[in-house]
Design a protein around this ligand. Structure first.
Ligand code: 3HC
Length: 314
């Protein structure tokens, strides 16, 4: 087949809502776009283990500790599915991790903020995982097959994370006055960074046009941010917490949605350029974990080699 025919086949698959699979012909830019997004997503999952992992040893009860351990392990698993999906596009795990460790690859801005009190753990489950699902539900139908299939399982686990987070927020918000104060403080600090997770406003989002054309993304950054606010404000009301300072949250009767203030996009740009409060610490922790795991990778490779030799000899 000529490139033109391949291109027509690719376009017709997209038009018919069919998936693009690893062995299918695809435009080079489609491949690059997916590698960029899937690997950033994978990095976000494994860097995202750090802020909450920070509280595992200080969880307030055995039950909270078990739930938190399970959640942090789930995020590690999400990273693995996503790295595998990215590898199926012809890039190696080593190249992907090297980009993370040398600061060339991005990961979600949200994980560059510190977790200062226990209330940050449920607040992350509720807000951060809540925002992640809002964005990721559409990715279950993204056009690249391995990414889409990974997202189906990830979304199931993320909804459990969101529920456990909200349950933890309820425990604090309906608890003692000091606990309620902690919950309010966590909401205040995580509100704007959570809104940034959806990416810059549509008019300043260089990747959205291709992402929508190729059905990698199915909704825009601003559409998803608005949906998240509409879903979350009634949950703040139920908790009996105040809206975060300067959030500008107000019901708009004409539009039947909440108005809200945009986050500080200058701060966002700083954070994604490596200058957020915890960027340096996060990368150092990932590099250290990677180096400490070298013996595990070597042992697994030696075992695989031995099994291969056995099967050749048999
Ligand atoms: N954090 C860091 N970088 C971000 C960002 C954020 N919140 N939002 C946007 N950016 C970056 C983009 O990566 C892009 O940089 P690049 O061109 O150098 O790669 C630039 O800012 C411009 O943004 P665009 O809107 O043009 O980028 P996208 O079209 O890719 O949209 C996105 C950004 C909505 C995050 C999209 O990439 C996406 O949907 N990604 C998949 C989902 C994902 O990665 N989620 C991470 C959330 S955390 C998570 O899942 C862990 C869970 O356990 C909570």
């Amino acid at each position: 087949m000529k490139t033109l025919d391949f291109e027509q086949l690719f376009e017709s698959k997209l038009a018919n809502g069919e998936m693009i699979e690893p062995k299918d012909w695809m435009p080079e830019n489609y491949r690059k776009h997916n590698i960029r997004q899937i690997s950033q997503h994978a990095h976000s999952e494994i860097v995202g283990m750090l802020p909450e992992g920070n509280w595992i040893t200080r969880a307030p009860s055995l039950r909270r500790k078990l739930v938190l351990l399970a959640k942090v392990q789930d995020e590690g698993g999400h990273g693995l599915y996503l790295y595998t999906a990215a590898e199926s596009m012809g890039i190696s795990r080593d190249e992907l991790l090297d980009a993370l460790h040398t600061g060339k690859a991005k990961y979600s801005s949200i994980f560059n903020y510190p977790t200062l009190t226990w209330a940050d753990v449920p607040a992350i489950g509720w807000l951060v995982d809540g925002a992640a699902i809002m964005n990721q539900v559409m990715l279950q139908r993204t056009s690249y097959g391995p990414y889409s299939r990974a997202m189906i399982r990830i979304c199931k686990e993320e909804s459990f994370h969101q529920r456990q987070g909200y349950e933890g927020m309820c425990a604090l918000a309906f608890g003692t006055p000091d606990q309620k104060k902690m919950a309010q403080d966590a909401l205040n600090r995580f509100w704007f960074p959570t809104l940034m997770m959806f990416g810059p406003p549509d008019k300043e989002s260089p990747n959205s046009e291709n992402a929508l054309k190729w059905r990698i993304k199915r909704e825009t950054n601003d559409e998803l941010r608005q949906k998240f606010v509409n879903q979350t404000v009634p949950q703040i009301d139920y908790l009996g917490l105040d809206y975060p300072t300067n959030s500008g949250i107000k019901w708009n009767e004409a539009k039947q949605e909440y108005d809200f203030n945009e986050p500080d996009w200058v701060e966002f740009k700083n954070v994604i350029s490596g200058n957020g409060p915890c960027n340096k610490e996060r990368i150092e922790a990932r590099v250290k974990a990677h180096n400490n795991g070298a013996w595990v990778r070597a042992a697994a490779a030696a075992y695989a080699e031995k099994q291969k030799q056995k099967s050749v000899a048999a």
